[in-house]
Design a protein around this ligand. Structure first.
Ligand code: PGA
Length: 258
């Protein structure tokens, strides 16, 4: 299975979000083998986008989640509320949130909240800065992020976990990481996550994110160790997200016939 996560970030009103969700949905029509496509609108648009997605093969995700199911956390949106609105995925620990001060301990609480009942699959984002990569410390840094977020977490049996490797220097810069940089990192992530959590096989997907576009998506997706893509800027353009989903369909069909 391949995943395409469309992260719309702090963009679009309700009507525009519904239109983009409908447009994205068209990319799946008439196809037999499709990736799991998850659209992540702003909280304000979740309810309306959910209506568009009902009885379709596309999934609803939140861009963030509060630290627990419910409680006295002004301005946060808790796990119960996301379940209520129909989210089945939630992004946790995106670097843009970390840059606003989100700590590893908060990320750990968010993951624990999501696994408490288990209707929402987390998409945990990790990735190093340019300085860390230049110092040759990228793998060490990402390993620590994984340990800090996942150690002690009670995931339970047969629960899914998605990890998105998103180097900070590749996000929104038009300079994606190369397959040669991504693949060893994906392999390390898979091993470390399985060692810490016990989640493996099809329950664990390791994605790549950072300046994914129509030109590079196919090359990433055809790598067996890259289970999918987290797409920011390009997911806001109907033509681009169609082409990216199309690439995933092609790769899945080709891999099936091997
Ligand atoms: P980008 O964003 O595709 O615009 O680089 C990716 C992300 O931040 O998730």
């Amino acid at each position: 299975m391949k995943y395409i996560i469309a992260n719309w970030k702090m963009n679009l009103g309700i009507r525009e979000s519904v239109a983009l969700a409908r447009g994205t949905l068209h990319a799946l029509q008439g196809k037999e083998k499709v990736p799991e496509v998850v659209v992540c609108p702003s909280f304000t648009a979740l309810a309306e986008v959910r209506k568009t997605l009902s009885r379709t093969r596309m999934f609803l995700g939140a861009q963030n989640v509060g630290p627990g199911r419910a409680g006295a956390f002004t301005g946060e949106v808790g796990v119960s509320q996301l379940e209520d609105i129909g989210c089945t995925f939630a992004i946790v620990g995106h670097s843009e949130r970390r840059s606003l001060g989100e700590t590893d301990s908060t990320i750990g609480k968010k993951l624990a909240g999501l696994y408490e009942t288990g209707n929402i699959t987390p998409i945990l984002c990790v990735g190093e800065s340019k300085d860390v990569r230049d110092a040759g410390e990228a793998e060490k840094f990402v390993k620590k992020e994984l340990k800090d977020a996942l150690s002690g977490l009670k995931i339970g049996r047969r629960r899914k976990l998605l990890i998105a490797y998103e180097p900070l220097w590749a996000i929104g810069t038009g300079k994606p990481a190369s397959v040669l940089e991504i693949v060893p990192m994906q392999e390390m992530i898979r091993k470390v996550v399985t060692d810490i959590t016990g989640v493996d096989g099809a329950d664990l997907a390791v994605l790549y994110g950072g300046s994914v576009d129509t030109e590079n998506a196919y090359g990433f997706l055809r790598e067996p160790s890259i289970d999918g893509l987290l797409v920011g800027g390009a997911s806001l353009k109907i033509h681009d997200i169609h082409a990216i989903i199309e690439s995933a369909c092609e790769v899945m069909t080709a891999q099936e016939s091997l």
